[in-house]
Design a protein around this ligand. Structure first.
Ligand SMILES: NC(=O)c1ccc[n+]([C@@H]2O[C@H](COP(=O)([O-])OP(=O)(O)OC[C@H]3O[C@@H](n4cnc5c(N)ncnc54)[C@H](OP(=O)(O)O)[C@@H]3O)[C@@H](O)[C@H]2O)c1
Length: 281
């Protein structure tokens, strides 16, 4: 079974558009980007297009590539205090001279629609998330919508980054999976991945996961965004070979990526609703 993230994101965005229209709210998302990285600029444009589609207003703050940490903190501080802004997204990665951890911590937790603030990660760890990071939350939506059981399943997460691997593992744990996390120091990752009913790869290496690492019938979720030897976009998983062995699999493109954006829209609407009900979270 192909887990079609593009189709599912279309459905979720349409549902969200209707819900926002009925709510009478006009949520607004601010994006902050520093520098000229083409991939980052593309992601921000895609997020702004999704905003337009569902009825979320978007404000783009563009800072030069030599912006200091102070300059970014100042922009974030202004957005924190702006009553017309519900969500703030700082596009990562930031240029090297900027202290990304300080910037992430500067975003008001109630506007942190990316879910990277320690306060939101702590809530996730405690089992009561408000905003979970969009990529892993979008993957949970894929599993839920396709009826893939997590309770009691053995899930293996490859990667332990703050934006994907760690929150992914916690979301799966919160959904009653038994979770193993692999990283670059894991000895013989295939020993772990072969036990996985649900295998999530967020490593960032083309064709890293081959069929010899996959248990027959497993659900394989490919988070990677890489380029193959011909310069074509691909994930971490050798899709053609693994497809034969997996029970369900996400393609790249058209799997996890579109769901990340749809989840950002959902988080922004959640922020608007929470602020409308209770401005102090
Ligand atoms: N589709 C989307 O919406 C979306 C969103 C975010 C990211 N991505 C993509 O997902 C991939 C991962 O992103 P990220 O931000 O999590 O990357 P990252 O911060 O570079 O993390 C990569 C992780 O992979 C681990 N790793 C490296 N080599 C490994 C190995 N041989 N075996 C097991 N684990 C290994 C690293 O371990 P250590 O911690 O030990 O170094 C690290 O935890 C990238 O391709 C990125 O572009 C896609």
């Amino acid at each position: 079974m192909i887990l079609d993230g593009r189709k599912l994101s279309e459905k979720r965005l349409e549902m969200l558009r209707e819900t926002i229209e009925e709510s009478g709210l006009y949520p607004r998302l601010a994006t902050v980007i520093a520098g000229e990285d083409p991939a980052s600029k593309l992601y921000v444009r895609m997020k702004q297009r999704a905003c337009e589609r569902v009825g979320i207003g978007s404000v783009g703050i563009e800072l030069p590539s030599d912006a200091s940490t102070g300059r970014v903190l100042e922009a974030v501080g202004r957005l924190n205090g702006d009553p017309d802004i519900d969500g703030i997204l700082v596009q990562l990665p930031l240029p090297d001279q900027i202290d990304a951890a300080r910037v992430i911590e500067a975003v008001a937790p109630e506007k942190d629609v990316d879910g990277f603030h320690p306060c939101n990660l702590g809530r996730l760890l405690s089992g009561n998330p408000v905003f979970a990071p969009c990529t892993p939350r979008g993957i949970m939506t894929i599993l839920e919508e396709y009826g893939i059981e997590t309770a009691g399943a053995h899930a293996v997460v490859m990667g332990r980054s703050i934006d994907v691997g760690r929150p992914m593992a916690i979301l799966l744990l919160n959904a009653d999976a038994t979770v193993t996390i692999c990283h670059s120091r894991t000895r013989n990752p295939a020993d772990e991945t072969l036990k996985a009913d649900i295998l999530i790869s967020a490593v960032g290496k083309a064709k890293f996961v081959g069929p010899e690492m996959v248990k027959p019938g497993a659900t394989v979720i490919d988070v990677g965004i890489n380029y193959d030897e011909h310069g074509r976009l691909c994930g971490d998983v050798d899709f053609a070979a693994v497809q034969e062995r997996a029970g369900a699999i996400t393609p790249v493109p058209g799997g996890v990526g579109p769901m990340t954006i749809a989840t950002l829209m959902e988080n922004t609407f959640t922020a608007a609703k929470l602020r409308a009900c209770d401005p102090v979270l």
